[in-house]
Design a protein around this ligand. Sequence first.
Ligand SMILES: O=c1ccn([C@@H]2O[C@H](COP(=O)(O)OP(=O)(O)O[C@H]3O[C@H](CO)[C@@H](O)[C@H](O)[C@H]3O)[C@@H](O)[C@H]2O)c(=O)[nH]1
Ligand SMILES: O=C(O)[C@H](O)COP(=O)(O)O
Length: 260
Amino acid sequence: MVPVAASRPDPAARRQRVAVVIPAKDEAARIATTVRAAKAIPNVDLVLVVDDGSTDATQHVARDAGAVVVRHSVNRGKASAMETGAAVVAMRDAEDAAPRLLLFLDGDLGESAVNAAPLIPPVLDGAADMSIALLPRQAGAGGHGIVVGLARRSIASMTGWSPTQPLSGIRCLTREAFDAATPLAHGWGVETGLSIDLVAQGYVAVEVPCDLRHRASGTDLASQMHRAGQYRDVLLAVNARKVRSLARGVRRRLRGSADT
Ligand SMILES: O=c1ccn([C@@H]2O[C@H](COP(=O)(O)OP(=O)(O)O[C@H]3O[C@H](CO)[C@@H](O)[C@H](O)[C@H]3O)[C@@H](O)[C@H]2O)c(=O)[nH]1
Ligand SMILES: O=C(O)[C@H](O)COP(=O)(O)O
């Protein structure tokens, strides 16, 4: 889907606040720069780092850089860190104002994190319920399109929408859309699950080009192991949704035959 041109936001939309949520596992080297860049994004009044059981100094570095930090004492995976982050933001949302939009960033974006700003206007203006960053080609990237292809084909077959970068986790969502997609798919299946669950329910997703840089997986053994984990989690997310959709169909048919 092509992003709709941003129209002039109404005053309520201009006041709408945004919370940045950064799931982070062992990101001490980059998290400070990422946090500072995230704080510079217009409308952002809260930057929350969820330290997902890091064994390095991520939590301390993030706090020193000005983030609110919560921590999983053991590693639970990215999706769980996103759920924790969204729950903490909800506790901090004002009772008499609209809930904050949720802008999920990765901990390794560094200075480029500020370039996630274009994700906000389409959601703020109501043109989309979820905006997803389209990243430029990354130096050193060594993927062969296997996980990406699985995610894209699965989303397309279940929703009719074929995203260009289905694994991109740099996303902005309304609270309503986020809640409609919970519980999230586990681990690396989270982006695929979000896209299937939201678009299948009629929520609007758009992809927006953003000049973001991250630590791309290369061609070494660790990168290939990482891709194997991504493949497993995407497959699990897709299969769970296929089973759920089949079960819904069976229930509908049973209700239909009971009515006749
Ligand atoms: O157990 C974990 C592992 C990672 N992370 C964080 O999750 C983010 C993404 O992890 P990363 O190692 O950068 O993964 P990549 O493979 O480079 O990520 C790509 O693919 C992922 C989906 O597989 C998406 O979530 C990312 O947005 C996308 O950049 C980073 O902030 C990590 O610190 C956690 O919070 N918990
Ligand atoms: O490197 C990547 O882009 C991801 O790990 C996905 O790998 P893939 O390109 O093999 O799908």
